[in-house]
Write a protein that binds this ligand. Sequence first.
Ligand SMILES: *Cc1c(COP(=O)(O)O)cnc(C)c1O
Length: 383
Amino acid sequence: MIVPFLDLSEVHKKIRSELDLAIANVINSGQFIQAEQVAAFEDEWRTFCGANYAIGVSNGLDALKLCCLALGIGNGDEVIVPSNTFIATLLAVSAVGARPVPVSPDPLTYNLDPRKIEEKISSKTKAIIAVHLYGQPADLKMISEIASRHSLFVIEDAAQAHGARINGARIGASSDVVAWSFYPGKNLGALGDAGAVTTNNEYLANKIILLRNYGSVERYKHEIQGYNCRLDELQASVLRVKLKYLEEWNSIRSKCANYYINNLSGIACVNNDLEFDADKIVLPYLMDNVRSSWHLFVIRLRERDALMKYLRSKSIECLIHYPVPAFRQLAFRGENTLEAVEVSDILSGQILSLPIGPHMNLDMVEKVCHEILCFMGNIHAKS
Ligand SMILES: *Cc1c(COP(=O)(O)O)cnc(C)c1O
């Protein structure tokens, strides 16, 4: 039995006739840009998130970029970002001419460590981007408190957090602006690139509506110098079909996560240590007031590379998110202002993302647990 990390063809098989119909309807309508499907999806996504406004855009990076632009972030400004995120979070900041300032994650949650934010705030800082990494909501309460103390904006990068909750409320409506990606592999994914911004702020919503479409809401009338960052009708129609299944798919993810946790807890150490025994693993930490979207199920262990190789030999596909912290990438060479070794450097050598997603069944999760226990048992026997 092969256990793929994610198998979208398997997921789409079950809803294929609905997808075919949606796509055919768009083709028959002859409307491909910003028409009925985009408007309907925006309304459905806004409702799902509990936000006043949703604006469909081209992808997650553009969503983040438009958030920065709408907030007036640009040349000479600084924006606080987590040091362990997908590079898009940083690229959105540099794309508008500002400088991303990386802050270490909390080794317990892997999210931005609120205790380390203030030392990175300068007179140039304009905003904090909170990433809900792996689907676990960041500490928005603390981050918002720090932001308001220093008059900073809060942008959420929710590209991995579709349907995640804080105190029962879904992510998407609590900070200034929230950026979404519907890249195919996300919890809600299009059949291509797509994204959105949600907000409760009418001014920001209108600004983003202009920015995404050549600075125009009325044809041939251009109020500002905008961009082309539109969501298209085909992707919107696909997202409308898939949104109906999001909660069901998230609950399969959550079942996988619970199974992993229950079956691997015997070899787990319950802590946020960066150093631990070779025969132990660190399981995801569950905060009690939040619900993760379980975009990724990330464990940590010293023998990460060896386990990954072993699992691959057993036809189990694992990935690393991310093997090199974004701020250490060549793209940001020369701008690195961090200490030599930082929490995310240590994490990137230990983390391993196990298969999780709506394609998984019980046999697959069982097999992954069984093989991990075999591998770790051998380490234990040797030591
Ligand atoms: C996927 C992702 C993005 C970028 O989304 P795209 O649609 O690929 O541009 C941004 N931030 C995070 C945390 C992501 O996981």
